[in-house]
Design a protein around this ligand. Structure first.
Ligand code: NDP
Ligand code: 8X3
Length: 252
């Protein structure tokens, strides 16, 4: 019998690439996102390959999440994998010039949304037990601060530590937990962050050979299909073109 994966944020970028690869690899899929037109199109494309359930969900809406995951159709109730991918960054300004509403949206999406979906699906994942997995999409921003990263960096640090602490609580259940932390990756992420600034998008990725969503999809599939006795705790992945800078030192 095919295993079922839940992928949040499957309408673009990593989530969409993962949906395509997992469908090819024989996984049934529960795909979520806010853009129902995209979900409809993705379901039409992938349904010939596998069973697909799409749920138009805003991860910030806790009640909507509880209702949707507590009333899954019988074919989709046995869940092997949750990929907590839905997330975003908004703004690149220093903290003192940032918009508080954007900060709250990042916290609501990347922290509250991720924890709400996890909480809703833990019973099904524990019921599956051995070989079930939760893969949380963190970021290098959770480990490495940078100017203008402020709340986005903070939300991804939460994802990393929450993932490790969740592993402690799930000890003995067989459910695995991974925090996958990508670096510079080409997706709609930068368009969302900059409010649709294509010049900023082109400038950021130009000449970088950035990570592609398909690279992350392949990594997710590898993690999910590892033998059931193995757990990848954290995995940081960067393009070869990306490395570290010296510390900034302000002189008066
Ligand atoms: P995209 O913008 O391409 O995809 C983001 C996905 O998240 C979309 O499917 C979007 O769907 C969904 N999403 C955003 N907000 C919500 C919400 N409130 N409710 C439901 N779904 C939501 O970006 P990426 O694929 O690059 O990003 C995926 C994850 O990877 C994010 O968590 C991001 O922080 C992380 N990441 C990205 C990196 C990068 O450089 N691109 C590097 C490291 C981590 P919809 O709009 O339809 O709701
Ligand atoms: C996205 C990577 O470095 O733009 O999480 O924050 S970065």
């Amino acid at each position: 019998m095919n295993k079922t994966a839940v992928i949040t944020g499957a309408t673009s970028g990593f989530g969409l690439a993962a949906a395509k690869l997992f469908a090819q690899s024989g996984w049934n899929l529960i795909l979520t996102g806010r853009r129902s037109d995209r979900l409809k199109q993705i379901k039409e494309t992938l349904s010939p390959q596998t069973k697909v359930l799409t749920l138009t969900l805003d991860v910030c809406d806790t009640e909507q999440i509880k209702t949707a995951f507590n009333s899954l159709p019988p074919d989709f109730q046995s869940i092997h994998l949750l990929i907590n991918n839905a997330g975003l960054a908004l703004g690149t300004e220093p903290a003192q010039q940032s918009d508080l509403a954007q900060w709250h949206t990042m916290i609501d999406t990347n922290i509250k949304g991720l924890t709400s979906v996890t909480h809703a699906l833990l019973p099904q994942l524990i019921n599956t037990g051995k070989s079930a997995s939760i893969i949380n999409i963190g970021s290098i921003a959770g480990q490495w601060p940078y100017p203008g990263g402020n709340v986005y960096c903070g939300t991804k640090a939460f994802v990393e530590q929450f993932s490790l602490a969740l592993r402690c609580d799930l000890a003995g259940t067989g459910v695995r937990v991974t925090c996958l932390a990508p670096g510079l990756s080409e997706s709609e992420f930068t368009l969302v962050r900059t409010g649709g600034d294509t010049e900023a998008y082109n400038a950021l990725y130009k000449g970088t050979d950035a990570i592609q969503p398909e690279d992350i999809a392949a990594t997710l599939l590898w993690i999910a299909q590892l033998p059931a006795h193995l757990n990848i705790n954290q995995l940081e992945i960067m393009p070869v073109s990306q490395s570290w800078s010296p510390f900034a030192v302000h002189r008066h």
